[in-house]
Design a binder for this molecule. Structure first.
Ligand code: C2E
Ligand code: CA
Ligand code: CA
Ligand code: CA
Length: 280
């Protein structure tokens, strides 16, 4: 490193070191968490827009850190993607959703459509279709009740034929694909036509200012109409107000997800929503 003069300030170096150190600690803790399976899945309800009926849930990962408490996936998923730990984490998420689905069915709960987030690194892993096959082996195919949420970047990530072949291989197991955070990328429209996607999830950032913001309202309307004309269904994310719900309903949006409908819940709390127990 260059020798710094005695009076020369170095405002950035200590800060960067602290960041790098925090990152090293996070990665080390994450490695232990993977070994100890220190994660849990929370389930956020998804309802049919027209009827309000519960039709599914998105599984969202949480990390129970021994000292820091619950850590948001927004903090650790990017780190896990960079250091490769996303592969074992993603495998755990998939196996846990399949296990939970089987458990709910065995205990008489309705068959809901469970969606889970599949990162690009995990999607490209050679073993993913085989893992899906193995996990579903006992219970047969998913019959459309399991959905992999992927982002546009996954579809952009390589040779189109390879990506499409992989999607088809996974779809043969009865799994559907949803395109997550739709609208935040830059060439989404062509991807909808090109790849066998089933559901489009309109990103929260477009729903947030609807219906007051005319531009956002027009965009949301255009996305819904376009998706429908391609035979796809649409889920609106981040629905927080009754006004947004009515606006989306009027446009013929298929499914709603957001705090207005319900926040992500631990599995046992989610069971109470699926089938309210009669009061004793
Ligand atoms: P996402 O896939 O876009 O998930 C939706 C996020 O929005 C969730 O945050 C959810 O709690 C939050 N949300 C839902 N409704 C509302 C609303 O009405 N208002 C607001 N303000 N927020 C709402 P969460 O659980 O913190 O997850 C953040 C992101 O982390 C997810 O964004 C997803 O990209 C990633 N993630 C979560 N779980 C997994 C996982 O198991 N695997 C992978 N690869 N990524 C995951
Ligand atoms: Ca998602
Ligand atoms: Ca999303
Ligand atoms: Ca997102």
């Amino acid at each position: 490193a260059k020798q710094a003069g005695k009076n020369r300030a170095q405002p950035y170096a200590p800060h960067m070191q602290a960041d790098a150190l925090a990152r090293v600690h996070l990665e080390a803790d994450l490695r232990i968490a993977v070994e100890q399976r220190a994660f849990e899945l929370h389930y956020q309800p998804i309802v049919e827009c027209a009827s309000g009926a519960l039709v599914g849930a998105e599984a969202l990962i949480r990390w129970r850190h021994p000292e820091r408490g619950m850590i948001s996936p927004l903090e650790f998923i990017p780190v896990a993607e960079e250091c490769g730990l996303i592969v074992p984490i993603g495998e755990w998420v998939l196996s846990e959703v399949v296990r939970q689905r089987r458990d709910w069915l065995a205990r008489g709960y309705p068959l809901l459509r469970l969606t889970l987030n599949v990162s690009g690194v995990q999607f490209r892993e050679a073993g993913l279709p085989e893992l899906v096959r193995t996990l579903l082996a006992e219970g047969g195919t998913a019959r459309g009740s399991l959905v992999f949420e992927i982002t546009e970047s996954v579809l952009m990530s390589g040779n189109d034929e390879n990506v499409e072949a992989r999607m088809c291989d996974i779809k043969e197991q009865g799994i559907c694909f949803a395109l997550d955070d739709f609208g935040t990328g830059f060439s989404s429209l062509s991807y909808l036509k090109r790849f066998p996607v089933d559901i489009v999830k309109i990103d929260r950032s477009f729903v947030r200012d609807c219906p007051d913001d005319g531009n956002d309202a027009s965009l949301v309307e255009a996305i819904i109409n376009m998706a429908h004309s391609l035979g796809l269904r649409v889920t609106a994310e981040g629905v927080e107000s009754a006004e947004q719900r009515e606006f989306l309903r009027a446009l013929g949006c298929d499914y709603l997800q957001g705090y207005l409908i319900g926040k992500p819940l631990a599995a046992d709390a989610f069971e109470a929503i699926m089938a309210p127990l009669p009061s004793v």
